[in-house]
Structures are given as structure tokens and as C-alpha cells.
Design a protein around this ligand. Sequence first.
Ligand code: ADP
Length: 327
Amino acid sequence: DPAVAASDGDSPLQREDGLRPRRLADYIGQGELKQVLGIAVEATRGRGEALDHVLLYGPPGLGKTTMALVLAEELGVRCRITSAPALERPRDIVGLLVNLQPNELLFIDEIHRLNRVAEELLYPAMEDFRLDLTVGKGTTARTRSLPIAPFTLVGATTRAGALSSPLRDRFGLIQRLEFYGLDDLQAIVQRAAGLLQVALDAEAALEVARRCRGTPRIANRLLRRVRDVAAVGGHGRVSAALVQEALSLHRVDARGLDAHDRRLLTLMLESYGGGPVGLDTLAAGLGEDPATLEAVVEPYLLQQGLLQRTPRGRVLTDAGRAHLAAA
Ligand code: ADP
């Protein structure tokens, strides 16, 4: 079934990434997240029950899928991975739910995109481990209840606000993932470099850390590019200078901003005098979907203090202007 990937299988998700930490202790950063989930895991293990349902939200690439896999590993159960767009027909989600073994995890990415029918099937499943199925049509239609194994739903979303409140209310644990600080990113890069067998100076790792938008997925991607440049150039050890050279090709600037980020800031400055300007106007100007702009591009710029959200629209900050002027 292409809609599902088992965590122990040879799925594209697994192949993409031999770099995912597998245990809580290897999961770098996100202290509060690890603390909260660590306690929940330990308590649950003691009781032999399914972990409470978990909702993870935050920008892409910060480790939501990784955390779901880590939780499964810590609990000693399997994690089934899917995403809301793959659950279009009712039978997709029903098939998944009836096949779960006791206490397994079901990870649904982009859970804010679940359709109405799928969402309503999930409510009794999450609450009472029960599926309410309609059998027959018209006047002979009736509802049949089917028990399913106790399980844990791990939902991930970039847009917690887009979740319906009945769905959100059914998660016992709701946790936000934050952009990573430089120290954590440096550690993530060094760990990944070890796994990829790249000899990297601490300074060089820091240089990658500075340029990855606070995001481990981007750090890993940049590290692979650095590895390519090092291999082609026949460099044994990778220095900070080599990282700068390798990444200047990829248009990531010294603050980690990519071409997307800079286009947004430049548009704000050049077409709207720095704002305030509405999200929809900016999205139209960039040819982007406003929801994506808000959930994927903006958060890092906000966190870096380059952009502000005000009631009248987005405003470029002094730091944002200074960054553009320096670039
Ligand atoms: P998301 O599901 O939030 O989009 P992922 O879980 O797919 O993000 O994480 C992206 C990649 O970043 C992972 O494949 C993993 O290698 C790396 N990664 C994420 N979080 C961490 C972490 N805390 N420590 C080390 N590597 C991480």
C-alpha cells in the first residue's frame, strides 16, 4: 500500500535518511519537548498502555517525523507513517486503523489537511478505540461499531491553527517544535558528519550551522553539498573556508536565508517601502500560497527579528533592512 510506510521497511522515508536519531538520548535540542515526551513515555511503559495521542507542530524539517519514530523506538512498538493527502478515501484510514497492533503508533503528517470524513472516523478511534462504520445505503443504512487496538496517533502539522478544534482537543500532548540554536545545530552537523564520514572541523560545523535556517533538515542537505565539494576537490579535512566556498554556490547567505527568504524581504522593501503590507498581497507578488508563506517562510524571519507581524500587516524591521543592505 503506497499510502503507508512501515518504520521497519525499506520505505523512501527511511532511505532518505540514515541520519535520523533513533533514541531520545540522540535527539539533539528541543529540551522541553524531550522532557515532556520522555516523562509520558516512561509512565506509559510502566502501565503497558498506549501513549496518549501527540500533536507536534512547527515549521518543516525540525524533527516531527523523527520524533514519532523515536517515540516508537522508545516504546518498543512499530510506527506506521502516512500523510493526510494519502488518506483521501474513507477506506484508506479504515484500513490503517484496523491493521494496527496494540499500542502501535500511527503518524499522520500534514494532519490539518485531513478531510471531513476521515476526521470523523478518527474521533471515536482516538477516544474509544472504536470505528463507527456505516453499512448499507439509504433507509437500510445503519452504523456498526468495530473495536480496534489501542494505539497512539501522532499528528504533525506546520499549521496548528488550521486544525479543527474537535480534532485538536483529542490530543493529550500538544507540543511545538522550535528552531534550533547554533550550539544544537553544530552538534547535529557534527553527528551527521560522523555518520557520513566527513572530517569536519568544529569551526566548519559551526559555519554550516549558521547557514541552515535553524533547521536540521537543511543542515543535513548543506552538509551533503559540502561533502560533494570536498570530495571533488580532494580535500581531506573540511575547513570553515571550504564550507563558505561550497555554500556560496547554493545561495544561502551568512544568516542562513535562502533565495525565497530574500525575495520576500526584497519585495517588502522595494514594492511596499518596508510595509505594513498584507500577507495575501505578498503571497500574490511572490506567486506563493499565503498559507505556505505564513507556515514555512515567515517563521524563521520572525524568529530572526527581520520581519514583524502587526495588525495592519507585515513590517520589515530595522534588522531586516540592515540584512538586505549588507547582502
Ligand atoms: P519534520 O517531520 O519536522 O519535517 P524530520 O523529522 O523529517 O522533520 O527531520 C528532518 C531531518 O533532520 C531528519 O531526517 C533528521 O536527520 C534531522 N533531524 C531532525 N531533528 C533532529 C534532531 N533533534 N537531532 C538530530 N537530527 C535531527
